[in-house]
Design a protein around this ligand. Structure first.
Ligand code: PRX
Length: 647
């Protein structure tokens, strides 16, 4: 089998799928030709307090220069009602969340009725603390049921949640809380991952020293570890919720009222607060979860992401719960206590649909087939991939070894900004090619442009743009609409620029080649090179730093940093370690540089711009194709960097 192998849709999958090949073509055509009629119908998949009369109202600013994105704008709803209340009559006693702990001996099951009650109790507790519609609430929790409860309780009262991944440092947490002036923080004593503890409350206490907007903190007891509690500010979850009524009126929300903010890295500046609103996001979450995973009633669905990332928002909580699924939340990691863990959990809970990241597959591949084969995996029906390009070798291993050539693989391309999946096979409709995200979903219009913005036809490669809006699209950067317009709509006027490069093959299939901006994708997590650079230069011994991505066997990309020390400072192994620890402390472990090269100087143009193209080539050890270096202010710098390359 080669990279261009076409893996046909299996007749048994097509026979029972929601959408077959003809169905996909018809849906795609209808969504393209008559988006209002198509999405008015699809809006019916969620619960409305007032059904929308208006559907699409979008301007990408081609002529106006103004960007405005609205879907279902006169509709009124509450996202938590779609995820909870409406399921109670038919499936109140069905398990909504299976929780599997880091320790294989700990698990829990929560029914829709129980989840509804817990959400209402927290909603009442939050209302009691004075949190109201439109307030921002920061959630800094591990992968415990409380994370889903907290999200839905915010939605219940119309508060806007902003989840910060538990692996982020106190500084990263603080800057996110400050940016959106959160009124409440919900955290836990500690998290658990791979047998280790994560000091969430201690980190939060550190962060809150610079966060005056936070009036209250709700703390879930998880490990039972000792933590400091500040009188008047900090409240134990149980004390705040126990005794609260198990009903709470859902706040009526306009379709375009915000549901959540999620910070993500870009090529410049600080992470931006991607803002998603309620109606369109919920429709997109439900539509894509059902069709891409071909979800059907009664199935057990497991997405291994963390709720701190967008994948966890849309495909652990909102999409599956809107569709009445049983969603599995996993606290742990793929290799603890053994490298069979994923597959043991699949067998234990009889998982039907499994969605993970290529980096996990590549890491597990290294241990060979035996740890997979000693499990059954007979319950699996569909496999998914997300977060970064999946190389054909990993795709084929996933397909053959994990899925035993029985399960289609949906390689789903999307972004924090897109709210949900945009390009992916539909399992019963679209033949797969290992390494290709295949074809766009209904309503999604991808195109390729060159660097000057000319549209490219046929089989070719270029910058990936989207020509029109879909309901799940982000609406703005929180507090900075101009940055939204600049980042996404100014590079190629009239289109949404993804920041990704892509290739379209002769069959019209899409192959995402990776970021074309200064964003690196480390183990499926986005990291802005500018963020790592500013952390490095904040160290007292560092004069200048430039960070680029480098190929990494497991993580896809690793972080390669060129560091120029201040005059008088000497490079040493101890200082290298100190800088790695410094970045971990400043941003979090996911930003740890994989390589640090001491650079007496950085290659710059005569106008002082760092030539990252050259730095990327050196980091990738492609030093025989450095290209034109004649425009450099000091071409000698490059020679030194090539000779002293690390790795
Ligand atoms: O470069 C693309 C890559 O991840 C970026 C989005 O990252 P984030 O906003 O953190 O969201 C990750 C989860 C949706 C994209 O710009 N990416 C995501 N999925 C894929 C992918 N690259 C290739 N193939 C994918 N399936």
């Amino acid at each position: 089998m080669t990279e261009t192998t076409l893996i046909a849709v299996k007749p048994e999958i097509a026979a029972r799928a929601h959408v077959d090949a003809a169905g996909y073509k018809a849906m795609y055509a209808e969504a393209a030709d008559n988006p209002d009629a198509f999405w008015a119908k699809e809006a019916g998949r969620i619960a409305w307090m007032k059904a929308p009369g208006l559907v699409k109202n979008v301007d990408f600013g081609a002529t106006s220069g103004q960007v405005s994105i609205k879907w279902f704008e006169d509709g009124v709803l509450n996202a938590s009602v779609s995820c909870l209340d409406r399921h109670l009559p038919a499936r109140g006693d069905q398990v909504a969340i299976i929780w599997e702990g880091d320790d294989p001996a700990s698990d829990a099951k929560v029914t829709y009725r129980e989840l509804h009650a817990r959400v209402c109790q927290l909603a009442n507790a939050m209302r009691g603390l004075g949190v109201t519609k439109g307030d921002r609430v920061c959630i800094y929790l591990p992968m415990i049921v409380e994370a889903a409860v907290a999200m839905l309780a915010c939605a219940r009262i119309g508060a806007v949640h902003s989840i910060v991944f538990g692996g982020f440092s106190p500084d990263s947490l603080a800057s996110r809380i400050q940016d959106s002036a959160c009124a409440l923080l919900i955290t836990a004593d500690e998290g658990r991952r791979g047998g280790r503890k994560v000091p969430l409350k201690a980190n939060a206490d550190e962060a809150l020293k610079t966060c005056p907007s936070i009036r209250h903190v709700i703390v879930a007891r998880n490990t039972g570890g000792a933590v400091a509690m500040q009188e008047g500010r900090d409240h134990w979850w149980a004390a705040a919720c126990d005794g609260q009524p198990k009903e709470a009126a859902p706040e009526p929300m306009g379709a375009e009222d915000p549901l959540f903010i999620l910070y993500t890295s870009g090529s410049t500046g600080k992470p931006k607060g991607v803002l998603h609103t309620t109606g369109g996001y919920m429709v997109w979450a439900s539509f894509t979860h059902q069709n891409v995973f071909d979800y059907r009633e009664g199935e057990i669905y497991w997405c291994t992401a963390d709720v701190g990332w967008v994948t966890g928002h849309t495909y652990i909580v909102y999409g599956p719960l809107a569709n009445g699924a049983t969603t599995l939340m996993f606290e742990g990691v793929p290799n603890y206590p053994t490298v069979s863990r994923f597959w043991e959990v699949v067998d234990k809970h009889q998982v039907n649909i499994f969605y993970t990241a290529p980096t996990a597959i590549r890491a597990l591949m290294r241990d060979g087939e035996a740890p997979v084969k000693r499990t059954s995996r007979a319950s699996l029906r569909i496999l998914g991939s997300v977060g970064e390009p999946i190389n054909p070798e990993a795709w084929l291993w996933y397909y053959r070894v994990v899925g035993e050539e029985r399960c289609p693989i949906v390689d789903t391309w999307w972004q924090t900004e897109t709210g949900g999946i945009l390009i992916s096979p539909l399992p019963g409709a679209i033949a797969q090619k290992p390494g290709s995200a295949t074809l766009p979903l209904p309503g999604v219009k991808p195109a390729l442009v060159d660097n000057e913005g000319n549209f490219l036809d046929g089989a070719t490669e270029g910058n990936l743009v989207l020509l029109d809006s879909w309901p799940g699209q982000m609406r703005t950067v929180y507090g900075d609409h101009e940055r939204f317009v600049q980042t996404y709509f100014s590079t190629f006027k009239g289109t949404y620029f993804t920041g990704d490069g892509a290739r379209r093959d002769a069959d019209g299939y899409w192959w995402i080649t990776g970021r074309v901006d200064d964003v690196i994708n480390v183990a499926g997590h986005r990291m802005g090179t500018a963020e790592v650079e500013s952390a490095l230069v904040a160290h007292p011994k560092v004069a200048e730093a430039a960070v680029v991505g480098m190929p990494h066997e497991i993580k896809g990309q690793g972080i390669y940093a060129y560091v120029t020390l201040k005059t008088g400072e000497e490079p040493s192994e101890a200082l290298r370690k100190e800088l790695v620890a410094w970045v971990r402390k400043e941003i979090g472990p996911i930003a740890s540089p994989d390589a640090i090269q001491w650079a007496p100087g950085l290659p710059k143009t005569r106008s002082g711009k760092i030539m990252r193209r050259i730095l990327r080539k050196i980091a990738a050890n492609e030093t025989d194709s450095l290209g034109d270096t004649s425009t450099l202010a000091d071409p000698g710098v490059v020679q030194d960097l090539v000779e002293n390359r690390v790795g």
